[in-house]
Design a protein around this ligand. Structure first.
Ligand SMILES: C[S@@+](CC[C@H](N)C(=O)[O-])C[C@H]1O[C@@H](n2cnc3c(N)ncnc32)[C@H](O)[C@@H]1O
Length: 230
């Protein structure tokens, strides 16, 4: 549902903080069944990984990575590579997941706690829930070599539109979100990166502004800049 501005979307929804503030920690799982959108992330991640040669340990930042399932899935799929996996989450989720931390998997709630430079950023179904998504995309590309985006609502509209996203997590929940103007989103990525792969996510289809279409995924190579802190 579209709303006038981001503040109206926030006012109408409890948001992620409220959802995550209750409940026990949840152990990262190795799912027995893998959704198509998970497989799409795995494939794009592999493509980025192939081009990260010569690194002993691949540093990954998983934005909105929830309970950290992708860390185990990727490690299982690429047994010859080692990973240092950082999940950037809401303060509530980051605190809740602490019991499951290891040498290779940690949760943080701020970019200040992330390595200045990582090899791969994964951001699946999260960019649209951030208040300042364009700034965050630019920052993520400045601090990484590769950005894997999945489940992003890119729409044929003139400007980004704030909206209320309805989901089912146990019961129905509402979040403030952005429906992105496709051309603007791509322009932001192209300022500091190059889109090398793009795909539809048929498991995430929405009707908005009179258009029914699937969300999208993108693999973006960051263009090195002088202030890339490696
Ligand atoms: C729809 S889930 C996506 C989970 C997982 N990445 C996936 O693709 O299935 C969105 C996740 O983003 C997290 N999130 C929401 N706002 C966030 C923020 N400002 N910073 C970090 N994570 C956030 C939520 O807590 C939630 O785990």
């Amino acid at each position: 549902m579209g709303v006038d501005d981001w503040e109206s979307a926030v006012a109408r929804t409890p948001g992620y903080g409220a959802l995550d503030s209750s409940g026990p920690p949840t152990r990262p799982e190795m799912p027995l069944w893998m959704s198509a959108r998970t497989q799409q992330v795995m494939a794009a991640f592999g493509s980025a990984l192939d081009r990260c040669q010569g690194r002993d340990v691949i540093r990954v930042l998983d934005v909105g990575g929830a309970r950290g399932d992708y860390a185990g899935l990727i490690a299982l799929s690429y047994p010859k590579r080692r990973f240092k996996w950082t999940v950037l989450e809401t303060p509530e989720t980051a605190r809740r997941q602490k019991p499951f931390e290891s040498d290779d998997l940690v949760w943080v709630d701020s970019m200040d706690a992330v390595d200045p430079h990582v090899d791969i950023v994964l951001a699946s179904a999260v960019i649209q829930f951030l208040e300042d998504p364009h700034q965050r995309l630019t920052e993520l590309l400045a601090r990484s070599d590769w950005l894997v985006l999945n489940r992003v609502p890119l729409w044929p509209i003139p400007d980004d539109a704030p909206a209320v996203h309805r989901a089912r997590v146990g019961g129905p929940v509402l979040y403030p979100c952005w429906m992105f103007a496709e051309h603007r989103f791509l322009a932001t990525l192209r300022m500091t990166g190059e889109v090398v792969l793009r795909w539809h996510v048929p498991q995430d289809v929405a009707f908005f502004a009179g258009v029914r279409r699937p969300y999208q995924g993108l693999l973006v190579r960051a263009r090195p800049t002088d202030d890339h802190a490696r």
